[in-house]
Design a protein around this ligand. Structure first.
Ligand SMILES: Cc1ncc(C[n+]2csc(CCOP(=O)(O)OP(=O)(O)O)c2C)c(N)n1
Length: 528
């Protein structure tokens, strides 16, 4: 069989259902091999969109999402979405074509050092330089992308190699790489710290959701009474309806979650990446006692130098800690943070009513009401993301998807395409006007695939987060104002439904209507 056919058989063996990408002349053999396979090729409108789709697929399912580009400009277009996956720890396998091996030693049409370009933005990355290594390369790309901590891998597939014959066969994915259990000595040391603490607090990060440690986290707080604040990407690790939840790290009108961390005498982090949230924010003195529970050792950083690191499966560590705390009777008063939680809960519940001047914060309670606990909200990046992270109560893991590692604008709409394909629940993409128009062309992909998600589009004719910072720093703004198309005509030209509510009751009914049917829709919210 052809090497291209073998590569596609390997994808089938990995259980891949969709390859998101754009064609090129150099992917021709691969594309026709995909046509004749069980894998569905999804033509996208920009390689960045394809990479964001693979990224969100990986985050939601734990199985690597796959994106495909041609050589040169196709490969460079993939890079933002691939880098985003890598820093957000989402499993992605990116495949790009390359010119034939005979022309790569010299300047030639569209040829770039793609492996060199992907080197700093992937966990692993190689050229498939001969047909006999296709099966090992693909298996390794998936294994490394999916294994803790997950990330992006990349395969460069030169067109002449793709066309050659091979006798190799796909390697089965035996899925037998287990995360280790914690060592007893570390657990005992943590238990000693917990036994001596009066006000321990848990910070749950991306890894708590990703490694499926939510059940164990819930059991731990139930047993001990310790409160939990999630990072933006850890949202849903503990339900925000739980009385132990302090929502997200900087939730609360008076930053109550941060106050709780200041008042705590021990911080236990679970699956926390400093790329996501700089610990200097909650540990400015660098004197907080920290326990690091994660699948990998902590990065070395002055403001994050844990007293104990338990490097193992986070769920298994929490199980061991819960058992030991139960034996010791190590429980804590909930009274020390009950008022702080109360402050956060009442702040978050405040819905917009005044003068029909729309704000993102005021809209969120209506959006929350329109969605069920398991429905998925994806946020783009901007001022609206901060509001969503801090004020959108989340009840289940993986139901509020935020990019906070690379934090790239433009992820929400393509991400919603992948989410719509991956989950049975309703999907909403919330985005600013800046991020929306970066990848709005994927609305055509969505319509073609018959996706039924809702875009909530917050319009302020501005790169809002940036002007907010400029105004705060220097009282004036520059370089942030933008214009917009007629979003009604724009949306309808894709065949999607458009809503532009002009009052809070109309906004409530637009959210209800748009999220309750199966058609693609855009709810345009003109901010005051
Ligand atoms: C690809 C990319 N370019 C630039 C930035 C820097 N940036 C962060 S937020 C932001 C503004 C976002 O504007 P918009 O999408 O309208 O959302 P808003 O802040 O108004 O809610 C910019 C430019 C980024 N994070 N990602």
């Amino acid at each position: 069989m052809q090497a291209a056919e073998l590569l596609v058989e390997c994808l089938e063996r990995e259980g891949v259902e969709h390859v998101f990408g754009l064609p090129g002349e150099e992917t021709e053999d691969l594309l026709f091999a995909l046509r004749d396979s069980e894998v569905r090729f999804v033509p996208c409108r920009h390689e960045q969109g394809a990479a964001f789709m693979a990224n969100v697929h990986g985050r939601l399912t734990g199985e690597a999402g796959v994106c495909l580009s041609t050589l040169g400009p196709g490969a460079t277009n993939l890079m933002t979405g691939v880098a985003d996956a890598n820093l957000d720890k989402a499993p992605v396998v990116a495949i790009s074509a390359q010119g034939g091996l005979e022309r790569l030693h010299k300047e030639s049409h569209q040829a770039l050092d793609i492996v060199g370009l992907f080197e700093p933005i992937t966990k692993w990355n190689t050229r498939i330089s001969e047909p006999e290594i296709v099966h090992e390369s693909v298996r390794k790309a998936f294994k490394l992308a999916e294994y803790e901590k997950p990330g992006a891998t990349h395969l460069e597939f030169p067109e002449d190699v793709a066309a050659e014959d091979t006798s190799a066969e796909p390697l089965p994915n035996r899925g037998n790489v287990q995360r280790p259990d914690p060592d007893l000595e570390s657990v005992e040391r943590v238990v000693d710290l917990l036994a001596g603490a009066n006000r321990p607090i848990v910070i749950a990060g991306n890894g708590a959701v990703r490694t499926h440690a939510a059940r164990e986290l819930r059991a731990f707080v139930e047993e001990t009474g310790a409160p939990v604040a999630c990072t933006y990407m850890g949202k849903g690790a503990l339900s925000d309806a739980d009385e132990h939840s302090l929502m997200t790290l900087d939730s609360g009108h008076h930053e109550e979650a941060s106050t709780a961390i200041e008042q705590a005498d021990l911080v236990v982090t679970v699956g926390y990446d400093i790329a996501e949230h700089d610990p200097a924010g909650w540990n400015p003195s660098a004197e907080t006692t920290i326990v690091h529970v994660d699948s990998a050792p902590a990065e070395v950083y002055e403001h994050y130098n844990p007293d104990i690191e338990v490097v193992a499966d986070p769920g298994a560590t929490l199980r061991a800690l819960t058992g030991a705390c139960a034996d010791l009777g190590a429980t804590y008063e909930e009274s020390w943070y009950a008022d702080l939680r109360e402050g956060i809960v009442s702040d978050v519940a405040e819905r917009g009513t005044a003068d029909d001047v729309f704000t993102v914060r005021g809209a969120l309670p209506y959006l929350r009401d329109a969605l069920a606990d398991h429905d998925v909200l994806l946020s783009d990046v901007g001022s609206h993301k901060m509001a969503i992270a801090q004020n959108y109560p989340t009840y289940e893991p993986n139901t509020c998807i935020i990019s906070n590692g690379l934090a790239s604008m433009g992820i929400a709409v393509p991400g919603a395409v992948a989410a719509d394909l991956a989950v049975e629940h309703s999907v909403v993409a919330a985005t600013g006007d800046g991020g929306f128009l970066m990848n709005a062309a994927e609305l055509e992909t969505a319509e073609r695939l018959d996706c039924g998600f809702t875009v909530v589009l917050f319009v302020d004719d501005d790169y809002g987060l940036i002007s907010e910072k400029q105004l705060e720093d220097r009282g004036e703004q520059f370089g942030t104002e933008i214009g917009n198309p007629d979003f009604e005509a724009f949306t309808e030209s894709f065949g999607a439904e458009h809503y532009r509510p002009d009052s809070w009751p109309a906004l409530e009914s637009a959210f209800d209507q748009a999220t309750s049917h199966d058609d693609l829709s855009v709810v345009e919210v003109q901010l005051g």
